[in-house]
Design a protein around this ligand. Structure first.
Ligand code: UGA
Length: 468
């Protein structure tokens, strides 16, 4: 059992804290926002993440929240930095939060050997930077070198919406370190996960065939690059299938069949080959941009990563073009958006493809009315676009000229599409995630468009108001 501090109560920090407490460690989660800490003490989470609340309840005897470095740091054996690293103006991550965390840690570092763990996604070389900041802050506070500490990089691979599952049952754990003692501390910390020796929580049983988890130990720079490499590769994979989807449409192929056919090649793999509106969220856009910025800094142009970004942003435009192809003009039309979150099972709106699409539609003079099962409240306070919001399928679809599915929430498949059709001005469905049951929609009288799949159903063009 170790004394752990996690600095930053975001998706990564809170999940890491809750999981480590669940495994038996004593954990303090530190956030500089006192209001967030007060909420957490009262059991209120700052965002929605499946199973996190339940895991925190199961672990609360070993989990505390604070906003004070001096209270948490001196007795800690392992300190995670899990703060935000948003894109700065030049595309490189803004490290100001990581810097102030390192300074706060350095000022209050205790007597015993302490491992400072970089979990935030930071450019290669940041481990050394954090090390220097901790050392400097300690020196300023105490007039001497800190006794015993080491900085390691431990990149995070969890997905929002599946954060607890990914943390308990990861594909691998990567630790970059120069210090052997620090590596051993990290191995001990993660032992229950590496050996899968913990009792699974009742709401997340261990997957069948789950074996021991590979523990990758490497140098700091490699660990930092593994994180960027993984995210950029996944983003490229999605952009590749989206690029191919455009061609599939032209030649009359079905991209879902193509993805299945190529994904069964074990060298390629079936996941992250779902064509759609492209990727968004707080990670892929930021991390690919950071990789391009890093390449520029070191004189490596990174054309593949740049192209993946370009294809991704074109994908939103392609949906607008498809709507134009059917409706001729978007001026004055009302378009319904199914989904606002950047993906299902989260209320996170950062870099959401749905919102980028909304911007393009508004730019074409359309009205946009949106629904989301989880993110509506957040959208109302965080989004500054002139969107209308609808809480029910009926309110969303009444009088609209098309409905675009932007986020693949499972419940959209089970909406009563047959009875909703009559509410729409034009029964046009643009399924930008290939998620709906197209045969059912066509049987119900809709015109159905997807991404990289044949369009089905007919619209009576004469009957489309304003299309001539
Ligand atoms: C991503 C990575 O998957 C995690 O491994 C990583 O830890 C995380 O970034 C991070 O750096 O913190 P996340 O952003 O939560 O996780 O979401 P993903 O599930 O990867 O989805 C990203 C975007 O890609 C979503 O907009 C999703 O709709 C889209 N996507 C995903 C597709 O368009 N097609 C696919 O086949 C898969």
């Amino acid at each position: 059992m170790k004394q752990v501090v996690v600095v930053g109560a975001g998706y990564v920090g809170l999940t890491t804290g809750a999981v480590l407490a669940y495994l038996g460690h004593r954990v303090k989660v530190l956030d500089v926002d006192p209001a967030r800490v007060e909420d957490l003490k009262r059991g209120k989470l700052p965002f929605f993440e499946p199973h996190l609340q339940e895991l925190i309840s199961l672990s609360q005897a070993r989990l505390a929240f604070t906003s004070q470095y001096e209270e948490a740091i001196p007795t800690a054996e392992v300190i995670f930095i899990a703060v935000g690293t948003p894109s700065g103006p030049d595309g490189a991550p803004d490290l100001s939060q990581a810097r102030s965390a390192a300074l706060g840690i350095g000022r209050h570092l205790g007597e015993g050997f302490t491992v400072v763990v970089n979990k935030s996604t930071v450019p290669v070389g940041s481990g050394n930077y954090v090390e220097a900041m901790v050392r400097r802050a300690f020196w300023e506070a105490h007039g001497q070198e800190p006794r015993a500490y080491a900085v390691v990089s431990n990149p995070e691979f969890l997905r929002e919406g599946q954060a607890v599952y990914d943390s308990l049952y990861p594909d691998r754990i990567v630790v970059g370190a120069e210090d052997k003692r620090a590596l051993e501390v990290m191995r001990e910390l993660y032992e229950p996960i590496l050996e899968q020796s913990f009792a699974p929580p009742p709401f997340l049983p261990r997957p069948e065939r789950m074996g021991a988890v590979p523990f990758i130990t490497t140098d700091l720079a490699s660990a930092e690059l593994i994180k960027y490499g993984a995210n950029a590769f996944l983003a490229m994979k999605i952009s590749f299938i989206n690029e191919l989807a455009a061609l599939a449409e032209r030649v009359g192929a079905d991209i879902r069949e193509v993805a299945r056919g190529i994904g069964l090649d074990s060298r390629i793999g079936p996941r992250f080959l779902q064509a759609g509106l492209g990727w968004g969220g707080s990670c892929f856009p930021k991390d690919t941009l950071a990789l391009v910025a890093m390449g520029e800094e070191y004189g490596i142009p990174m054309p593949l990563v740049r192209a993946a970004r370009e294809v991704n942003f074109l994908q939103r435009q392609r949906v607008v073009d498809k709507l134009l192809g059917e409706l001729k003009t978007l001026k004055g039309r009302t378009i319904a958006l199914l989904g606002l979150a950047f993906k299902p099972h989260t209320d996170d709106l950062r870099e959401s493809p749905a919102l980028e699409l909304a911007v393009l539609l508004l730019g074409r003079g359309a009205f946009v009315r949106a629904h989301d099962p989880m993110a509506l409240t957040r959208a109302q306070s965080e989004v500054s676009l002139p969107l209308e919001y609808a809480k029910t399928p009926e309110d969303l679809l009444r009088g609209v000229d098309a409905v675009v599915l932007a986020t693949d929430w499972p419940e959209y498949r089970t909406w009563p599409w047959e009875s909703l059709r009559g509410l729409m001005r034009v029964p046009l469905v643009m399924d930008a995630r290939n998620h709906l049951d197209r045969d059912r929609l066509v049987a119900a009288g809709y015109r159905y468009l997807g991404i990289g799949v044949p369009s089905l159903g007919v619209l009576n063009k004469e009957g489309i108001p304003g299309s001539k």
